[in-house]
Design a binder for this molecule. Structure first.
Ligand code: AMP
Length: 182
């Protein structure tokens, strides 16, 4: 199930563009104006519920930090558990981690080793607000795989298509982006 044009417009119009944040040349996609808009937030979450209710999922995994907002809400709607994929150094128990390359330097994401339970092959939906270069999402999908779980799909509210971040990710999982930004 995909979004209708009307639903897409409601969501798209609710997201605010902030030019030159956090640095010159970047247009920051501000989803706080989606979250405080009950119509847009409702349209979004109902769409995600309708799309994923038939996927036979075991967990929703959200990427630090905005992926937690959508992921945790969706997990509750679907009656599933939620797993946070966090930036390095935040999780207190034994973790596995995956490094990825940024424009300048290296970053790392982590997940608790037992986050997806004992069952091998748990079906996981990964979610974040936005995919840009795809570095974060690729590392997070690899992490899910390393735990023995299956990343069934990666879901993003926005995709910055001009950065081609989905290309690599599509080699390891299905990708669903609600809004493509060209
Ligand atoms: P990337 O690893 O390059 O795909 O970056 C994705 C992460 O950075 C996501 O967690 C986004 O929330 C954040 N991000 C990157 N670019 C933007 C942007 N233009 N507006 C808002 N968030 C962004």
């Amino acid at each position: 199930m995909t979004l209708s044009n009307e639903q897409r417009k409601i969501i798209e119009d609710s997201i605010r563009n902030i030019p030159d944040f956090p640095k010159k040349g970047i247009v920051f996609k501000d989803i706080t104006t989606l979250l405080n808009n009950k119509e847009a937030y409702g349209v979004l979450m109902n769409h995600l519920f309708e799309r994923y209710k038939g996927y036979n999922l075991d967990y929703i995994a959200g990427i630090d930090a905005r992926g937690f907002i959508f992921g945790a809400a969706l997990a509750q709607m679907l009656g599933l558990g939620f797993v946070p994929i966090r930036k390095k150094g935040k999780l207190p128990y034994t973790t596995i981690s995956e490094k990825y390359i940024l424009e300048y330097g290296i970053d790392e994401v982590e997940v608790h080793i037992d986050a997806f339970g004992e069952i091998k092959g748990a079906r996981v939906l990964m979610i974040d607000d936005l995919i840009a270069t795809g570095g974060t999402a690729n590392a997070a999908a690899k992490l899910i795989k390393q735990t023995g779980a299956e990343c069934v799909e990666a879901c993003f509210i926005l995709s910055l298509s001009f950065l081609d971040g989905q290309k690599k990710l599509k080699e390891i999982t299905n990708v669903y982006s609600l809004i493509e930004v060209n």
